[in-house]
Design a protein around this ligand. Structure first.
Ligand SMILES: Cc1cc2nc3c(=O)[nH]c(=O)nc-3n(C[C@H](O)[C@H](O)[C@H](O)COP(=O)(O)O)c2cc1C
Ligand code: SF4
Length: 250
């Protein structure tokens, strides 16, 4: 089983490539949460998690999923992979802290550098740069596949941040990034409702043919911004010029 969470397709692409190579079933964490499915059995089997990095830690939906997860039996190999743009922070360590409390820590940790979808800061408007990053990522994914197929144990995560710094960034930054008041909707919005339908925590409602955030905070995966057919959702004043992004395989 390979569980993934993905807003713009990077983590899904990694999970899908490993799944294709290993024959492991691909399972969406967002779907599990929607359906309230937290119990799985994996006796002797491999069990993987693929997640984006948010503020040097885990997206809140992945953290909550791991906390609620029950694995019946003893999985033979448990691995974690984070996709990231600049640093995976301490995603592996934070995920492992949760699994350790359940009595089954991870056997291996991986990271894959991909386009950084935090466009309030990072510029993804150059298609050549974006495709170069995605091309380079394929080699890192091959590395993950090789290790997972051989069930190799170890911490293969690159470019990590110091633990204390990651704890501080995650505690202070993620919470404020998650505030829905940062979003603005431009007049180009046609009221199609895609943003509301796809939000995994139902934080958006369509009122008078415009999205309205009904929760103070959301997961802040920015899928609404990156998938909007009119690029009408903005976060702060830089996202417009930094462009929209979805993984080419999404
Ligand atoms: C809210 C948010 C916070 C992020 N924080 C980080 C971060 O701390 N470090 C990093 O390298 N990338 C960060 N990113 C970038 C994503 O981790 C990266 O682009 C990931 O591959 C996106 O995966 P997805 O396409 O599966 O959603 C952030 C993205 C978002 C939306
Ligand atoms: S996806 Fe874009 S165009 Fe559609 S309702 Fe949301 S903001 Fe408007």
């Amino acid at each position: 089983m390979i569980f993934y969470f993905s807003a713009t397709g990077n983590s899904r692409h990694v999970a899908r490539r490993v799944s294709t190579a290993t024959g492991e079933e691909l399972i969406s964490i967002a779907e599990c949460v929607k359906e309230g499915r937290y119990r799985f059995s994996a006796d002797g089997d491999a069990f993987g998690i693929v997640s984006p990095t948010y503020a040097w830690g885990l997206p809140i939906i992945v953290r909550d999923f791991l906390q609620q997860l029950t694995i019946d039996g003893n999985p033979g190999y448990v691995w974690f992979a984070a996709t990231y743009g600049t640093t995976p922070g301490q995603t592996g360590r934070f995920a492992d802290d949760i699994m350790r409390r359940k009595g089954r820590p991870f056997d291996a940790f991986f990271s894959v550098k991909m386009p950084d979808t935090w466009t309030p800061m990072f510029d993804l408007s150059d298609p050549a740069k974006v495709s170069r990053i995605n091309r380079d990522a394929e080699q890192e994914i091959d590395f993950v596949i090789g290790k997972v197929q051989n069930r190799e144990r170890g911490d293969f995560m690159r470019r990590k941040a110091p633990v204390l710094a990651a704890k501080l960034v995650y505690a202070l930054e993620y919470d404020s990034m998650r505030r829905a008041r940062h979003f603005a909707v431009e007049d180009s919005c046609v009221g199609c409702g895609l943003c509301a339908r796809k939000c995994p925590v139902a934080a958006i409602e369509i009122c008078d043919r415009k999205p309205v955030w009904t929760k103070d905070r959301c997961v802040m995966r920015l899928a609404c911004l990156h998938h909007c057919p009119k690029f009408a959702i903005q976060y702060g004043n830089k996202t417009k010029r930094h462009g929209q992004y979805t993984h080419p395989g999404a």
